[in-house]
Write a protein that binds this ligand. Structure first.
Ligand SMILES: [Zn+2]
Length: 293
């Protein structure tokens, strides 16, 4: 537990760690402190953006109507520049597992298997968004990955935390799967930075995890009578998206409740008519982000 860094302390810590800073005007006071608590802080949550492009720093600052910005503290772009987006409470972690919070506070290490969402992460965690498609194929350039390690290490060093204070969003809540690389390796790379003097040579970025998301099983997969764990996982994600139309379950068998739930998700994405018929297609499937079974 710790009092949050001031913006000046944050800037100095990042600079000293070799973070290639792009400070957005006003980042020091851009936050959501008017919506809830900020601090005491306990740790760091790592994210990927699930998309790439030049407008992402703006998006991280502004957010969307569903998720007003700032949506993180730092944004590590593909070009190995790290943008300072906000400081204070930001909309990055959402609610998460009390058991995981206990592990982060105790710095007891994994396994980080989140329980139900019970505690507010936005008041307790710093957050970094890393520009990556998150599809398990998009690589993390070495210089970008090194920036992410430095960003996390800088905050750990400033607070006197170990690398066990750093978790992935998918380790915080069952609702999420990001980032698309193994967090155990990321923690080892942060620990290597924290523990060696002079600083170690830049870490080698891990390969994107190929098994993070369930690939689209094909349109013919979804028919009455089909039984698969994939359908259970799909249903769980639909419930997490607020689209569950289940009276019981979700379960492994494809039913009308699955179809209605999926149709609700398609409408949430803005589809209508035949595009919201409740039968999964590859685009909506990718957006649902179902953990690989
Ligand atoms: Zn995330």
């Amino acid at each position: 537990m710790a009092t949050p860094l001031t913006a000046a302390q944050m800037y100095a810590a990042l600079l000293a760690e070799g973070v290639n800073i792009v400070a957005r005007p006003g980042w020091e006071t851009h936050n959501r402190n008017h919506k809830g608590a900020w601090g005491p802080v306990h740790g760091i949550v790592i994210h990927h953006t699930a998309g790439v492009g030049s407008g992402l720093a703006d998006y991280c600052s502004r957010g969307s109507s569903d998720l007003p910005g700032p949506v993180c503290h730092g944004f590590a772009a593909k070009d190995a520049r790290t943008h300072l987006i906000g400081h204070g409470r930001t909309n990055h972690a959402g609610s998460g597992s009390a058991a995981i919070l206990d592990r982060v506070i105790a710095e007891s290490g994994g396994p980080f298997r989140p329980g139900p969402d019970e505690v507010d992460g936005n008041s307790r965690m710093y957050g970094l968004e890393i520009e990556n498609r998150g599809d398990g194929r998009d690589p993390y350039p070495a210089a970008q990955y090194d920036q992410a390690v430095r960003w996390a290490a800088a905050i750990c060093r400033a607070h006197g935390w170990t690398a066990q204070s750093v978790i992935g969003h998918g380790e915080w809540t069952r609702r999420k799967v990001d980032p698309s690389f193994p967090m155990d390796q990321f923690r080892r790379d942060v620990a290597a930075r924290l523990n060696s003097s002079p600083a170690p040579k830049p870490p080698t970025p891990p390969k994107p995890s190929p098994s993070v998301l369930e690939p689209f099983p094909g349109a013919t997969f979804f028919r009455v009578g089909r039984r698969s764990q994939i359908i259970t996982e799909m249903g769980r994600r639909l419930v997490a998206e607020g689209c569950g139309r289940y009276k019981s379950g979700p379960g492994p068998e494809w039913t009308e409740a699955d179809r209605q739930s999926y149709a609700a998700f398609q409408r949430k994405l803005g589809y209508s008519g035949a595009d919201a018929d409740g039968y999964p297609g590859p685009t909506s499937w990718a957006k649902l982000r179902i953990p690989k079974t």
